[in-house]
Design a protein. Structure first.
Length: 191
């Protein structure tokens, strides 16, 4: 990648990070494209060179978040509980190392409640619910192996994923707080 391409990519990333900060602090509706341009220290014309509209910028962020949610829950010979342990550790390591990732949790959660989003963006948001659904059979397998506690598998999946979601959101908004240990979240599932 030449220096001009690198500069364009850095500017694009700056716009995405700036917009993400504003969207989670002010909300989608209250954030204006002029606010993003000002916070990124660039003209609106330059910002429009990268993104045609606030909607396209928001859509780009949702696409990034949706791609991250398309994780597979099948790790081959790993036990179901070890799979959940790996997921929790990976998510906590990611949000500790990258504030952008933690903020994406907030954005994705907030986006789920917006009625004004186009249908294609709403479809991308369905991935978050798919993680819970995909987890149910893994929890049932863990229950059969006697490593995951008894209880409704869907309710256990909701407890696990929403715990991760809530922690990521809290850290995104309060980056100075310590991140819990993954084992504490695994205790929700462990027999």
């Amino acid at each position: 990648m030449n220096s001009r391409q690198q500069q364009k990519e850095q500017r694009r990333q700056l716009i995405l990070q700036t917009a993400l900060d504003l969207f989670i602090r002010k909300g989608y509706g209250e954030t204006k494209i002029a606010d993003i341009a000002k916070a990124a220290n660039m003209s609106m014309g330059l910002l429009f060179h990268y993104f045609d509209s606030k909607e396209k910028l928001y859509e780009a962020l949702i696409r990034i978040g949706s791609e991250k949610l398309k994780m597979e829950l099948n790790f081959g010979t790993t036990s179901p509980l070890a799979t959940f342990q790996y997921i929790a550790e990976d998510i906590f390591q990611t949000i500790r190392a990258n504030p952008f990732a933690a903020k994406m949790f907030v954005l994705m959660e907030n986006a789920q409640h917006l009625d004004t989003l186009p249908a294609d963006i709403k479809e991308m948001l369905v991935e978050a619910d798919k993680l819970i659904t995909k987890s149910i059979s893994l929890i049932e397998e863990g229950q059969r192996l006697n490593e995951i506690r008894d209880g409704n598998p869907q309710a256990l999946a909701i407890a696990f994923w929403n715990s991760l979601q809530g922690i990521a959101q809290h850290i995104a908004l309060h980056p100075e707080v310590p991140c819990p240990e993954a084992e504490w979240i695994i205790a929700i599932l462990k027999k």
